[in-house]
Design a protein around this ligand. Structure first.
Ligand SMILES: *Cc1c(COP(=O)(O)O)cnc(C)c1O
Length: 221
C-alpha cells in the first residue's frame, strides 16, 4: 500500500492536470482533506505533509479528536456533515467553517455562538438526494438571512450529487452550482470528491473534498 505522501502527490497531480485543461490556476482550488472515521493521527500526518484544511462530518466524533489536534497551528476544520440544530452550539466552538448550512434556523443558531464563522450554503440539485440542502429557489431568502447574521461570513455554495461510479455523471449538477454562484455573487464552490474531482475542477470548483483518495477506504461512515 502506498503511503499518504504518495497519495497526496497523486491527488495534487490530478487537480493540476484538470485545472490545466481548463486554464485554471491549481492554487485557486482548496484541497480539503476529509478525515471522518479516521483517527486524529491521520489529521496530524496530513498536517505534517502541509495540509491545513480538514473536513469532518460528525460533531461528536470530532469533539473526541479535537484535543489531540489542538496544537496544530493554522489548521482549519470545516464541517461538511448534516448539522442537527441541537448540536450547533458545540459545533460552533469546534469548527471554523460550515459548508452545509441549508436553513435560516441553523444559520441563526450558529450566529448565536458569537464566533466568526465561514459559511457555505448546501444546495440540493437533484431529485434523487431529497434529504439535505436548500432548494435553489430558496437561496435568495437564505442568503439574506445569513447576511443578517453579524458573526457569519457567507463565502459560497456546496453540493453533493447522488453517488455514481461514473465521474462524468455529476457534470450538469456542478455546472448548475457554478451558475447559481454567479447569479448570487458567491465565488466559492465546494464540489468534487475522490472519484469525480476532475469533473468538478473543470466546472469551476474552488474546493474539492477528498477522503478515500488520501486515506483509503472507510470501514464506516
Ligand atoms: C465523506 C465525504 C467526502 C469525501 O468523499 P470521498 O469519496 O471519500 O473522497 C466529501 N464530501 C462529503 C460531504 C462527505 O461526506
Amino acid at each position: 500500500m502506498e503511503n499518504l505522501g504518495e497519495r497526496l502527490a497523486a491527488v495534487r497531480d490530478r487537480i493540476a492536470r484538470a485545472a490545466d485543461r481548463v486554464h485554471r490556476d491549481p492554487a485557486s482550488i482548496l484541497l480539503l482533506a476529509v478525515t471522518k472515521v479516521f483517527p486524529a493521527s491521520a489529521i496530524r500526518e496530513a498536517y505534517q505533509l502541509g495540509l491545513r484544511d480538514f473536513g469532518e462530518n460528525y460533531v461528536q466524533e470530532f469533539d473526541s479528536k479535537a484535543p489531540a489536534v489542538a496544537d496544530l497551528a493554522g489548521a482549519r476544520f470545516h464541517f461538511i456533515g448534516h448539522l442537527q440544530s441541537n448540536k450547533t452550539r458545540r459545533a460552533a466552538e469546534l469548527f471554523h467553517a460550515f459548508q452545509t448550512v441549508d436553513s435560516a434556523k441553523v444559520a441563526r443558531r450558529l450566529d448565536e455562538a458569537a464566533r466568526p464563522l465561514d459559511i457555505m450554503l448546501e444546495v440540493r440539485l437533484s431529485v434523487e438526494d431529497a434529504k439535505n440542502g436548500a432548494d435553489p429557489a430558496e437561496l435568495p431568502e437564505l442568503i439574506a438571512a445569513v447576511r443578517q447574521c453579524p458573526n457569519l461570513r457567507l463565502t459560497g455554495l456546496m453540493t453533493m450529487p447522488p453517488w455514481s461510479e461514473n465521474p462524468e455523471a455529476p457534470r450538469q449538477i456542478f455546472r448548475r452550482l457554478r451558475e447559481l454562484g454567479e447569479l448570487h455573487g458567491l465565488p466559492q464552490l465546494s464540489m468534487g470528491m475522490s472519484h469525480d474531482l476532475e469533473t468538478a475542477v473543470e466546472e469551476g470548483s474552488t474546493c474539492v473534498r477528498i477522503g478515500t483518495a488520501l486515506f483509503g477506504k472507510r470501514t464506516k461512515g
